[in-house]
Design a protein around this ligand. Structure first.
Ligand code: AP5
Length: 211
């Protein structure tokens, strides 16, 4: 089963993906995580991507499409994948179709801008595992006593200026994908303003799995 998680920054795509992959027997492919790993490694891709990411701009389509195609061809994706944050533009979605990657469902996370800003400002990420936490303590996973607070960091693009730009970029370049996938009968809308448990069960229900 291949799923696409679509929605604005901070809507909870990564959090829900981390909670449902095991249940669905699929892997999570976050193009954001792959790009951040490339930046950390200082690879050619990372050097090219860093400026765009820090400013909240999208990384050019050709780079991200190549990255996704390479990742989804690996054996661990045989049973399926959650594409978290890909596609982000119409050309990316068309490239997925051209590559004949089947898409079973597109989960569209809906969330108002004020909640997005609140969530992104409170997000903290665990450096080595990539686990997503929040300092807002509102019903999402919290770091356990085994987690060293020094290992938690705030993403560079979670600063106010970059958040504002990411929202503009989302509306302009990514939102058109809602109609693209609705026209194909693949879209399921999820209320992302509800508590995490509800988001998880709505996502599982949309995929035809038990909540
Ligand atoms: P990426 O890493 O994909 O960022 P994003 O799409 O902006 O999404 P986020 O990771 O910010 O949010 P999320 O929806 O996963 O929310 P999360 O679960 O963390 O991309 C980063 C950058 O990489 C892009 O700007 C671009 O430059 C580049 N890039 C990536 N893919 C690309 C592509 N395909 N093409 C071109 N460029 C690309 O949750 C957020 C917070 O809210 C957390 O603290 C969480 O604990 C909390 N939370 C979650 N759910 C709830 C809830 N129900 N209630 C309360 N709090 C909640």
């Amino acid at each position: 089963m291949n799923l696409i998680f679509l929605g604005p920054p901070g809507a909870g795509k990564g959090t829900v993906a981390q909670q449902v992959t095991e249940k669905l027997g699929v892997v999570q492919i976050s193009t954001g995580d792959l790009l951040r790993a490339a930046v950390r490694a200082g690879s050619e891709l990372g050097v090219k991507a860093k400026g765009y990411m820090d400013a909240g701009e999208l990384v050019p389509d050709d780079l991200v499409i190549a990255l996704l195609k390479e990742r989804i061809a690996r054996p661990d994706c045989e049973r399926g994948a959650i594409m978290d944050g890909f596609p982000r533009t119409i050309p990316q979605a068309e490239a997925l179709e051209k590559a004949e990657v089947p898409v079973d469902r597109v989960i569209n996370f809906n969330l108002p801008d004020d909640v997005i800003i609140h969530r992104l400002s409170g997000r903290r990420v665990h450096r080595s595992s990539g686990a997503i936490y929040s300092i807002n303590s509102d019903g999402v996973p919290q770091p356990g006593p085994d987690v060293n607070p020094d290992d938690l960091y705030q993403r560079d693009d979670d600063k106010p200026e970059a958040i504002r730009n990411r929202l503009v970029v989302y509306r302009k370049q990514t939102e058109p994908l809602i109609d693209f996938y609705r026209q194909r009968g693949l879209l399921s809308d999820i209320d992302a303003a509800q508590p995490l448990e509800g988001m998880i069960s709505d996502t599982l229900a949309a995929t035809g799995s038990q909540g």
